[in-house]
Design a protein around this ligand. Sequence first.
Ligand SMILES: Nc1ncnc2c1ncn2[C@@H]1O[C@H](COP(=O)(O)OS(=O)(=O)O)[C@@H](OP(=O)(O)O)[C@H]1O
Ligand SMILES: Nc1ncnc2c1ncn2[C@@H]1O[C@H](COP(=O)(O)OP(=O)(O)O)[C@@H](O)[C@H]1O
Length: 187
Amino acid sequence: MGQIIQFTGLSGAGKTTLSAALLTWGQTHDISIKLIDGDVYRQTLCKDLGFSKADRLENIARLGAYAATIAADYDFVIIAAINPYEEGRTKLKQLYNAALVWLRCDIDTLINRDPKGLYKKALLPDDHPEKIHNLTGLNDTFDTPLSPDLIIDTGHTNANEALAAAVDFLNQRLHRQGPATDSPFPI
Ligand SMILES: Nc1ncnc2c1ncn2[C@@H]1O[C@H](COP(=O)(O)OS(=O)(=O)O)[C@@H](OP(=O)(O)O)[C@H]1O
Ligand SMILES: Nc1ncnc2c1ncn2[C@@H]1O[C@H](COP(=O)(O)OP(=O)(O)O)[C@@H](O)[C@H]1O
């Protein structure tokens, strides 16, 4: 049974970049990884959802349920979404034992990166027709993760360092899987 890993992090924190690098690493190390990228699934499975709290929680719940249906076919299924609410993250942990990786990045760095121009739009005056009023981290909620299994600070690491930290983490999780019993006696 594969393991579900949930990422959490603001837009531009590096979820897609790190996931892509992990997929390539997996291919060269015979480790099968399926990526469920929030941005992509918002065009398909979650097409009907917006960015209200209820919709974001529903989005994460659906991605988690989908991950669980395919987990047996992979070593890891990575859910790479903003995943802003502790409530949603806790549910995935409880339901699917999904580990939590926080891609932390300070807001000034994100505003500088702004690969999609979203921060620029969220910083427009309130009455501007193109203003985004609910961009996570600027004018919408991002709960600080209370007990992440791993934190990667992408504001202070380069993409290779971030990849190395994630690879270490996945390797540890692969190798610590022992027999499915706590019995002290060999089975
Ligand atoms: N208001 C607002 N807030 C946050 N994000 C926004 C918003 N509007 C559009 N986008 C784009 O949608 C992507 C986030 O989708 P997610 O499914 O990851 O979001 S969530 O987990 O349900 O909060 C996110 O993708 P990433 O940039 O890859 O994080 C954005 O490109
Ligand atoms: N340590 C790092 N890890 C991942 N991405 C980084 C890092 N440092 C800088 N970046 C850059 O930050 C941007 C992150 O964009 P992206 O991966 O699309 O973020 P997200 O999927 O979280 O919205 C990319 O341009 C990437 O090159």
